[in-house]
Design a protein around this ligand. Structure first.
Ligand code: FCB
Length: 492
């Protein structure tokens, strides 16, 4: 496996450039020698009637702390690995930083009104660990705690259930200096931090909260520690898989603390999952990619085991040393990691093809985020697969979305309306076929800081002018408001 220094998600997929060209760049270009359409269209067509969702279905929108809050140096907040990463030349497009983000730390009250106006049932946000514990352990910063208390009170007063992510990639820099997620101790520090937040933000009854321990441990591990495109900017697959194990351990420890504290509400983990379809004789490699992208996380959390094909030299596996990985796993770790959860949060952005060399190749149209391959039916495939392979766990979709076609501020986003419509339809279809899906959060409520892309990708259903911080509903927000009001998705 070649070195992959300083690559973002986009550049990583781009590495398969030759392969992509060979495979044909879009679903409509037939791939020589491959199944013409590996995602095998089912012939399913959406009904002409609106598709209704069950009563009580939760409609939400999502953001994360570092991407929207801004105010990175106020009220005692410590530094996170993203502050440090942004300060390194060449890491983030145009040298952008988390300030101003969407300035939610200051503008939160107006944003709560915005959410009310859309009729959101729930709002998913993350808590910034360095605001709660500036040093990553020990002393609690009361100002940070108070801010989040006011914020969740404001949500609950408006009848909006908080969806609270404990960790969305902004690790306190002091913990990074001590080894970060590749170090086992970080899992224990995370559990301590989680307990502080359970205690501070726990609520009651219907509006208690849905809790998510980690956001996309895979992205933090692989993009941050292997491809080098996200903080902390490392390029070592052994560190990446160590970051996987210790994050998952942290997840399990946090779930144990949640139970021990008797915190009301439900808890789970937010995993970005990707349906994998073989092309050009890639069946075996596609299984390995499925293991590395999906089963490494699903099996650990829901079955208490790691698949044996996720890590190793085979095409499609993470090219880390399997022996070193096994050495990280102490007795009891997998029991801790698989402490029963109340829900599984699924983040769905699209699908991938895999060829025999294990390269991820493009089989469907992409967007301005070229790691994304849009295929709404993949959501249906994924949900059905989860129901079959990991039965009985309630499912919620905590991220699903696409960026605008350019970095220019726009409110006219017909592509996003159709994207959302098509994905909501596949969700409704899955529910009708018995999938226990209970919620759908769009990514994102607001245009925001899109990691290594800085402010060059706008993912919001609400446009943000980063100079004035003015918010304007996009067409997709108006569409979403109608879907929520009707609890149904209309036909095109
Ligand atoms: C997900 C991240 C989220 C955002 C979207 C576009 O992987 O969880 O923060 O960057 O992608």
């Amino acid at each position: 496996m070649p070195d992959r220094p300083q690559l973002d998600r986009r550049a990583f997929l781009g590495l398969g450039g030759a392969t992509l060209a060979a495979a044909g760049l879009a679903a409509c270009s037939p791939v020589p020698g491959a199944t013409p359409n590996p995602t095998s269209p089912t012939g399913w067509v959406p009904p002409v009637e609106p598709m209704a969702f069950p009563a009580g279905y939760t409609w939400g929108a999502a953001t994360s702390a570092f991407q929207v809050e801004g105010s990175t140096t106020v009220d005692g907040r410590g530094q996170s690995i993203w502050d440090v990463f942004c300060a390194q030349p060449g890491r983030v497009q145009r040298g952008a930083t988390g300030d101003p983000g969407a300035d939610v730390y200051r503008l939160w009250e107006g944003d709560l009104e915005l959410m009310s106006g859309l009729g959101l049932d729930a709002y998913r946000f993350s808590v910034s660990w360095p605001r709660i514990q500036p040093e990553g352990s020990g002393a609690v910063n009361q100002k940070g705690v108070d801010w989040y208390r006011r914020f969740v009170d404001g949500l609950r007063e408006r009848g909006i259930r908080p969806g609270i992510t404990l960790f969305h990639w902004d690790l306190p820099q002091t913990l990074q200096d001590a080894g970060g997620w590749p170090a086992r101790d970080t899992a224990a520090r995370f559990a301590d931090y989680a307990e502080i937040v359970f205690d501070a933000l726990g609520g009651d009854g219907e509006l208690a909260a849905d809790w998510f321990t980690l956001n996309e441990p895979k992205t933090l591990a692989y993009v941050g520690h292997w491809y080098g495109g996200h903080a902390p900017g490392l390029s070592d697959p052994d560190l990446a898989v160590a970051a996987v194990h210790h994050q998952l351990l942290g997840h399990g420890l946090a779930v144990e603390r949640f139970r021990a504290a008797g915190t009301p509400g439900r808890i789970g983990i937010a995993l970005n999952l990707i349906p994998v379809y073989p092309v050009l004789g890639g069946e075996k490699s596609a299984e390995r990619v499925d293991a590395a992208e999906n089963r490494l996380f699903l099996d650990a959390v829901l079955l208490g085991s790691y698949p044996d094909d996720a890590i190793g030299a085979g095409p499609g596996s993470v090219p880390a040393d399997p022996e070193k990985f096994l050495d990280l796993i102490h007795d009891g770790d997998l029991e801790t990691i698989s402490t029963p959860c109340d829900l599984l949060a699924v983040q769905y952005y699209g699908v991938t093809g895999v060829n025999s060399a294990g390269d991820q190749v493009r089989i469907h149209e992409t967007t301005n985020a070229t790691w994304q391959q849009v295929w709404p039916e993949g959501l249906y495939d994924l949900l059905r697969r989860l129901k079959d392979d990991y039965p009985r766990i309630p499912l919620v979709i905590t991220e699903n979305g696409m960026p605008d076609e350019s970095a220019q501020l726009t409110v006219d986003d017909p592509y996003r309306v159709e994207f959302l419509r098509a994905h909501f339809q596949q969700a409704a279809r899955a529910i009708a076929d018995g999938v226990p899906l209970e919620a759908h959060y769009v990514w994102s409520l607001l245009d925001n800081f899109e990691w290594a892309e800085g402010y060059q990708q706008r993912w919001g259903i609400v446009a943000v002018d980063f100079d004035t911080q003015e918010r304007t509903l996009k067409k997709s927000a108006e569409f979403f408001r109608e879907v929520i009001a009707a609890n149904a998705v209309p036909a095109a």
